[in-house]
Design a protein around this ligand. Structure first.
Ligand code: 16G
Length: 245
């Protein structure tokens, strides 16, 4: 922070200078992943800048995923997350993807049960209003890092007992010959809401990937309509491209 005071004459806005010196401290390992930052007031005093300047610098670093803010407990250097590379052309399950990398998979249940379908579920899954939809919502965790929030909807005729799927939805579907063989996946960029950020241990507003998967049986029947939110700092989706013939 001393450097900020020394550099004040150099022209760049103060919050930019402060942001850089915090970033340098993180990169140099002076503060490590998970370490708490001093309070806004302490930083302001030490760097001889206003608290507004500190807040702006910190907000930028939170947005960039360098720092995380936890309500009530302060600001921390973001834990280091090993990025996962996921090929996009294969229809695999989360459990298989992570097991192949030697990672330990765990899920926390957010919701599971049979419900009256929403209009969107009726349309996508081809259900009538009198039919039931099975909802399976989980926080997907690999090696203790929460990677994604996943909400799957399936026809209750395909998944009559969502409580009984165990660790892997696709393994459960395989047992009843309902494992999908084809899927259409749509990816879009989004910023995490407060609630999503809390579940994923990330900062509200930080980058994430929204993924929608509709998967099908060989007969063409829809099996699953799943919406997932993946942490932007933990996932790279990789696609192989070939010259069109
Ligand atoms: C993947 C799929 C999800 C599927 C799940 C099954 C994406 C974006 N999503 O996470 O649609 O329901 O795998 O995983 O790839 P499981 O068999 O481990 O429960």
């Amino acid at each position: 922070f001393q450097a900020v005071r020394n550099a004040q004459q150099k022209g760049a806005p103060l919050y930019v200078q402060l942001r850089k010196s915090i970033e340098d401290a993180v990169n140099a390992g002076i503060v490590g992943p998970g370490d708490a930052l001093p309070s806004e007031r302490d930083i302001a005093i030490r760097a001889d800048v206003s608290r507004v300047t500190v807040r702006k610098a910190v907000q930028d670093l939170v947005r960039g995923g360098i720092l995380v803010q936890r309500h009530g407990s302060g600001t921390f250097v973001a834990p280091r997350v090993n990025r996962v590379e996921q090929p996009l052309s294969r229809l695999t399950s989360f459990t298989e993807d992570m097991a192949r990398r030697g990672m330990t998979v765990r899920s926390e249940w957010l919701d599971r049960g049979l419900y009256t379908p929403s209009p969107e579920e009726m349309m996508t899954l081809g259900l009538s209003p009198s039919e039931r939809v099975a909802r399976v919502a989980r926080l997907r965790i690999a090696d203790d890092t929460p990677l994604a929030i996943e909400r799957a909807s399936l026809s209750a005729t395909i998944l009559p007992d969502p409580e009984a799927i165990g660790d892997s939805l696709y393994a459960a579907l395989e047992k009843t010959a309902h494992r999908p063989v084809r899927a259409i996946q749509r990816l879009s960029a989004k910023n995490l809401s407060e609630a999503e950020a809390r579940l994923l241990g990330a900062s509200p507003g930080s980058a994430s990937l929204n993924i929608e998967r509709i998967s099908y049986l060989a007969t063409g029947k829809v099996v699953e309509f799943t919406r997932s939110v993946y942490r932007g700092d933990a996932y790279d989706f990789v696609v192989e491209l070939r010259l069109a013939d």
